[in-house]
Every structure is written in structure tokens, then in C-alpha cells.
Design a protein around this ligand. Structure first.
Ligand SMILES: [Zn+2]
Length: 256
């Protein structure tokens, strides 16, 4: 049954508002600042942002990307994060209808976007996304009853152990910390959303994406590209296409 158009509009608008809040988290969590106080203000002139200048995506376009008071440029990152979050919430409603699975997908995508942007900019993954996201994932897993919850707990455990082993092996092989604790906590959260098979697909996919993008970028720019970004992309793909990837792989292994 196709999703009603008004549901898509509401989902997109809700996503844009969540994206607006995600911007606050992206800005303040790495600096250990409160995400509630003080209210939004211009980082240069400290002028508070009024509600009509704080409408997701729209305000940035109306203000042409500049503070109303001091004309300091406002980063393009703000409307981009809002647009991507809105698109994910809309896509989840479109794909899964008005269901808890849609809410789960939208919440998971939002967490992964927050992780990817923060890890790319600050080389760290705040606990609010990982341990906080783990709580959200376990709660939403209850949509599948006790079995759903058990699958999520097993997924989280496998996520923790696998990345712990990968990090340990990496440290042995390279003689230095190849992966931070944030990646381990992140995969614990991811496991709660995608289950233990999804964890393995995510790690494999993240390593594949990382090798294809990471190695050339690192050599070219001589700077580290954080692994959490690739794990986030792979985790999102796994949530949507995990079953297809798995059956394709098993068919490939077993042969015709
Ligand atoms: Zn200003």
C-alpha cells in the first residue's frame, strides 16, 4: 500500500526539525556543551536566533547563509544536515509506511549522520550517539517483541566483540592504536539496529569503502580519514539492503 502523501510531508518536516536539533548536537556534543542551553545564537556577534530565522533549510536560504545582525556567513553544513535528515525521514516513511520500522530506520539514519559528520570534523564519536543510540535501538527493537529484543542484544554484543578484536589486531599489526574506542561503541549501537549478521556486513562494507576511498585520500591529502564515516555509510546500506546483500553473497558462495 503506498504511503499517503500527507504522511510523507509530515515525515519530511519532522525530519527537517530533527536535523535542526542534530546540528546543535554536532556543534555542541564534541565540546561537552549542553544541547539545551543557551538557545541558538550567532557564534560571532552572540545575537540570539529568533524562531523565524531558525526554520530548517528555509531560513538559511532567506538569509542567504549570513547572520541577520553581523552578516557573518552561516556554514552550508546546517541546511545540508537538515536536508539530508529530512530526506531520510521522508524515505523511511515512503519505504516502510507509517510503521515503527520507519521510525527505527529514521532514528538510525539520524544517529549515523551525526556520527559521520562529527567523526569527519573532530575525529571522535560522542557517547550520546553510541550509548544513547544503543538505548534507543534496544527500545525500538521491542517492536519485534522479546525475540526482537534478544536479536538486538546479540547484535550489540557481536558488534562490541568484533570491533574490539579488529582494534586489538590492528594495534598488534601496526604497533599503534588503529581504531578508537568510539568505533567499538558505535558498532555496539549499530548491532542493536541491524543484528549480528548486519554487524558482519557493516564491518566488511566499511572496510571495503574505507579501502576504496580512505587509502587514496590518505595518500593524497596525507591526513587521516576517520573510519567511523565509512562504518556509518555501510551501516545505513546494511539496514536497507542487508537481506539482499546476504542472499546475493550466499548465492555467490554456494554457486549456481
Ligand atoms: Zn552574527
Amino acid at each position: 500500500m503506498p504511503t499517503e502523501p500527507y504522511v510523507l510531508v509530515v515525515a519530511g518536516a519532522l525530519g527537517a526539525m530533527v536535523g535542526s536539533f542534530l546540528n546543535v548536537c554536532i556543534l555542541r556534543l564534541p565540546a561537552d556543551q549542553s544541547i539545551l542551553h543557551p538557545p541558538s545564537h550567532c557564534p560571532r556577534c552572540r545575537a540570539p536566533v529568533s524562531w523565524h530565522d531558525n526554520i530548517p533549510i528555509v531560513s538559511w536560504i532567506v538569509l542567504r547563509g549570513k547572520c541577520r545582525k553581523c552578516r557573518e556567513p552561516i556554514s552550508l553544513q546546517y541546511p545540508l544536515v537538515e536536508a539530508v535528515t529530512a530526506a531520510m525521514w521522508l524515505a523511511a516513511a515512503w519505504h516502510y509506511g507509517l510503521t515503527l520500522t520507519a521510525l527505527t530506520g529514521a532514528a538510525f539514519g539520524t544517529l549515523l549522520l551525526g556520527i559521520a559528520v562529527t567523526d569527519a570534523r573532530h575525529y571522535m564519536i560522542p557517547d550520546e550517539y553510541t550509548w544513547g543510540g544503543l538505548g534507543v535501538g534496544l527500545l525500538l527493537a521491542l517492536r519485534g517483541g522479546v525475540q526482537g529484543l534478544i536479536a538486538a542484544v546479540v547484535g550489540a554484543a557481536v558488534g562490541f566483540v568484533s570491533l574490539y578484536v579488529v582494534a586489538w589486531a590492528g594495534e598488534k599489526a601496526f604497533g599503534r592504536e588503529a581504531m578508537g574506542g568510539g568505533d567499538i561503541k558505535m558498532m555496539t549501537m549499530v548491532g542493536a539496529f541491524v543484528g549480528w549478521k548486519g554487524v558482519l556486513i557493516t564491518i566488511f562494507g566499511g572496510a571495503l569503502l574505507g579501502t576504496l576511498v580512505f587509502v587514496p585520500l590518505t595518500i593524497k591529502r596525507k591526513r587521516l580519514v576517520p573510519f567511523g564515516v565509512f562504518l556509518a555509510a555501510a551501516a545505513a546500506l546494511t539496514f536497507v539492503f542487508g537481506e539482499q546483500i546476504l542472499s546475493w553473497y550466499l548465492g555467490f558462495v554456494r554457486g549456481p
